[in-house]
Design a protein around this ligand. Structure first.
Ligand code: SF4
Ligand code: SF4
Length: 180
């Protein structure tokens, strides 16, 4: 995994134009069953990729902490929300609460586990968002995520094989696992 993470930024950079073009076409020719396709690709990838061998998202980026996240996590620590904010969070340029430090203060760096797993922010629960609905609508954030998350990179690569968004003069339909 160490080598994969080392090579990922360059791999993502080399593929950036191709991926950007793919997402632009996907927006215009979105398969009817994109949500189901993404769910299958996401599941297949995370059967192969164990986040505990990686932890790159927790080491290098911050999730957004919503009010609900702050309420839940502060309650977990039995401290006041304001104290939680002052201790761990800062406001970013988009006015969101994010972590003050990277790696995340709640990451156990011995085994890449999350020490607040059951109450972790919603953004952490959903990262890298590859099984969310209307995946084609979050292409900009995905193009960033694939520079950080090897699983997201693989999923985008698999999407390109699974979904035909190319110009097809014969009007071929999109097929994935028998779905159109
Ligand atoms: S809260 Fe947990 S899952 Fe979220 S970034 Fe920190 S260690 Fe990772
Ligand atoms: S979600 Fe991606 S970056 Fe985060 S630990 Fe799993 S594989 Fe690594």
């Amino acid at each position: 995994m160490e080598q994969i993470l080392k090579e990922l930024p360059k791999k993502a950079k080399d593929k950036h134009k191709e991926h950007k073009k793919f997402f632009a076409k996907l927006k215009k020719k979105t398969p009817k069953h994109l949500d189901a396709i993404m769910s299958d690709l996401h599941e297949a990838e995370f059967k192969k990729t164990d986040c505990l061998t990686c932890g790159n998202c927790c080491k290098t980026t911050s999730p957004i902490f919503t009010e609900k996240d702050i309420f839940r996590i502060a309650k977990h620590f039995r401290i006041k929300q304001q104290r939680f904010i002052e201790t761990y969070l800062q406001v970013d340029e988009d006015n969101f609460y994010v972590l003050k430090t990277a790696p995340c203060s709640f990451l156990d760096q011995n085994d890449n586990s999350c020490t607040i797993y059951d109450v972790r922010p919603k953004a952490c629960q959903e990262y890298p968002h590859t099984n969310r609905r209307n995946f084609h609508k979050i292409s900009e954030i995905t193009l960033v995520n694939i520079t950080i998350c090897p699983a997201a990179f693989n999923i985008v690569e698999a999407m390109q094989k699974a979904i035909d968004v190319g110009v097809n003069p014969k009007g071929k339909k999109y097929k994935f696992n028998g779905r159109e």
